[in-house]
Design a protein around this ligand. Sequence first.
Ligand code: HXC
Length: 518
Amino acid sequence: MPLSSKQQERIHTLRMKKRQLMLGGGQERIDKQHASGKMTARERLDYLLDRNSFQEFSVFARHRCTYFGMANKEAPSDGVVTGVGTIDGRYVHVASQDFTVFGGSAGEVHCLKIVDAMKASLRTGTPFIFINDSGGARIQEGIEALAGYARVFYANVELSGVVPQISLICGPCAGGAAYSPALTDFIIQTRQAQMFITGPQVIKQVTGEEVTAEELGGAEAQMHYSGVVHFVAENDQHALDICKRLLSFLPANNIEDPPVVPGEYSLEPVFTLDEVIPDDPKQPYDVREVVHGIVDYGDFMEVQSTFAENIVVGFGRIAGRTVGIIANQPRVFAGVLDINSSDKASRFIRFCNAFNIPLVTLVDTPGFLPGVDQEYGGIIRHGAKLLFAYSAATVPKVSVILRKAYGGAYVAMCGRDLGADRVFAWPTAEVAVMGAEGAAEIVFKREIEQAEDKEAARARFTEEYRNTFGTPYVAGEHRIVDDIIEPSQTRIAVARALESLHTKRELRPAKKHGLIPL
Ligand code: HXC
């Protein structure tokens, strides 16, 4: 039966209204967005989500502000597109701020829409993705905008540890608005975007320091100096690609296991690993070579690659199952542990533990970094986070001692007594309180002083100490390591250990929460 003219009119009106909504703040502003190298809020979602999978929430939501002539101003979607869709067939909830509508600024309804999507994430146990591109709190809405942001922060904390939360920073993200991403698990920032609490002008007024917005809040700066950002993206598409890849390693929530990639995995010796450690124990090498020799297809997604580079963390798979890798990097400051590397690793460990991702730790560290600035900066407090994070982690924990495992840093890098389920050592491993030179100076101080040839005595005692603790065999005798393996066998040994640990269950006494030294 043909539609009546009334019905046709209703449908036409609906289509017109929807078309208007799709245009956000209008073609002129969309062109401006494109000219500045950015996608629109809807284009980003189109690219991120599987084709035709998106179902939008609160499509006709509108602001309720009447101040400053706002009553008559339209704000399509109230500046944020929210809803649910799939990525590689797996559900995610999303919020994507629309800079073409009042600069993506966040008012009461805008924030309520975001919170609705977040709560849907929580109820359905699916990841939440927030694409930020906003001038911050909507100035015309005043206190309602601030209250809205507070609701988003509160929801961020409710979701924390239950579902993965990923923030993309694809435009401005300034002031208090930066605290929502900061409360999420991963931040991916594009090179076009800037994120800071106080901008260059305010800093100049208050402290007199001159800095450009890029130097202050650019993606590189917020990764390298502050460790706020986890991934730097060349542009919007790259950021969305990073997000999809990251999600491929993660479970949808804290009661699921990470996805298993089915396949036939070769568990053959990797002979290149036999050549990684140089003959000279002081010689650096790139621990990523070891990581690539352990994970499937050498495929490793490094997190915070230019922050605290003396430790390398990231995701890979072993026999199809996701693992979190934490590895000292001897190429940077000899792989020493310091404040930033402790923070970086601890946070990563806690994420993995929350989402059932086993930990593989590769150890080659001479210890904690000595220095007044480290002590005054709280290396005791920050280093303790690492001990806390490893001790509290109940996921399978496999450690491989590659070379140096000295002092407190040996313990902190998931030594046997910090709960490692399996510890392997390479023949080059040295498990000792400190390096042989330093140890001989202290233990044999008197003998060296009294010797006629002090240099010869020093060399002899150093050698004696090295022969005792400069190999992994004493650690083996004391069951601190389970097995000493040829480097080429590492992938096989770790894969077998993880396979047998897959059913690990470890119960701890019930408590509200532990008190990690923040
Ligand atoms: C309302 C805003 C806005 C805001 C931008 N716009 N920010 N409207 N509230 N916060 C509007 C502009 O009026 C403009 O509208 C459009 O968005 C685009 O802005 P432009 O300035 O033309 O764009 P651009 O030159 O790219 O500059 C973007 C910007 C700048 C850097 C974000 O707009 C800016 O500095 N905005 C103010 C940022 C700010 O101070 N926000 C409050 C932060 S405090 P038209 O109609 O011309 O297109 C905060 C507190 C949160 O967020 C606290 C939580 C606890």
